[in-house]
Design a protein around this ligand. Structure first.
Ligand SMILES: NC(=O)c1ccc[n+]([C@@H]2O[C@H](COP(=O)([O-])OP(=O)(O)OC[C@H]3O[C@@H](n4cnc5c(N)ncnc54)[C@H](OP(=O)(O)O)[C@@H]3O)[C@@H](O)[C@H]2O)c1
Length: 268
């Protein structure tokens, strides 16, 4: 899986299309979409058009780009299976690389039925990798205890220095579940925080680059979102520095359980 993916939440139509193209041109190889975002079609189209364009100077092919989508709500097996097929159709790329259950809402039975639909979509070649999102430890444990044919490879959760979720991230890492960090920029709500500003100066980077770097150094896969060409480019341009241990600890200590969107990790 690519190390950084562009998030396309809260983008629509041409805005999504342009952001995905800017990202691919800037070197991103992963895009994070979802049924709920209503932009799977534009995301897929932008990928196809990029691959066929002169901007594709490295002669990349479909298999070099990683597309994620997510099931809007957990449902019965048949409904979930149908819904995954519809996503694959909408994106127009032949298959989806990573398909997630967007949240644990719906209760045990629908969670497990929906997971069975993901497993069968993988078996049938519609999806390459299966995972979950917003799963708390108890939801992950429930899925692992159900002895699935395929274990979830990913849990996509909100993680940044202002919401570190160490309990959950360490459970994932102990169980070989990749943590995808959503809202890795804390939705731009803490860009002016004194510690972030001071460390950005120290490393001669932007606050956003510092936050993306923090995520990578914890072993997470960050999904920074932007629709701005320059910010898309600079958010992923983080090869030139690394945060030292002491400063990582300073950032870890900024935890205030800041929830920027929703937090279903504790739902029944
Ligand atoms: N699974 C889930 O439940 C879930 C929930 C939320 C998000 N996600 C995924 O994670 C992705 C990222 O999360 P997010 O969109 O909530 O938040 P985010 O990536 O933390 O922050 C996005 C915000 O930061 C701004 N921004 C981007 N780069 C910036 C920079 N260099 N300097 C200043 N501001 C900057 C963006 O504005 P501009 O666009 O104007 O640059 C936007 O307002 C989503 O797009 C989605 O793919 C998943």
């Amino acid at each position: 899986m690519p190390t950084i993916h562009l998030g396309v939440y809260l983008t629509r139509g041409q805005e999504t299309y342009r952001a995905v193209k800017y990202a691919l041109e800037a070197g991103y190889r992963g895009i994070d979409s979802a049924q709920m975002y209503g932009n799977e079609k534009e995301t897929g189209q932008a990928i196809l058009d990029f691959l066929a364009s002169d901007a594709n100077t490295n002669a990349l092919r479909r298999e070099d780009i990683h597309l994620t989508s997510k099931l809007a709500s957990n449902s019965t097996y048949d409904a979930a299976r149908k819904s995954i097929k519809a996503s694959v159709e909408r994106c127009g790329l032949g298959y989806i690389d990573l398909f997630l259950l967007h949240s644990p809402y719906g209760g045990r039975e629908l969670r497990l039925e929906s997971w069975r639909a993901v497993e069968d979509a993988i078996r049938d070649g519609e999806v390459r990798i299966g995972g979950v999102s917003n799963y708390g430890v108890k939801h992950l444990q429930e899925l692992l205890d159900s002895e699935p044919r395929i274990r979830p490879a990913v849990n996509q959760i909100e993680v940044h220095p202002f919401n570190t979720r160490m309990d959950l991230t360490s459970f994932c890492q102990e169980h070989d579940i990749v943590v995808e960090a959503y809202a890795p920029l804390a939705r731009a709500m803490r860009m002016k925080h004194a510690a972030v500003v001071s460390l950005s100066r120290k490393y001669s980077c932007t606050p956003a680059q510092l936050l993306v770097r923090w995520s990578l150094q914890h072993g997470y896969v960050p999904l920074p979102k932007s629709t701005n060409k320059e910010r898309i480019k600079s958010n992923a341009d983080i090869g030139g520095f690394s945060i030292d241990e002491e400063d990582m600890a300073t950032l870890d200590e900024l935890d205030e359980y800041l929830v920027t969107d929703w937090d279903p990790t504790d739902c029944p």
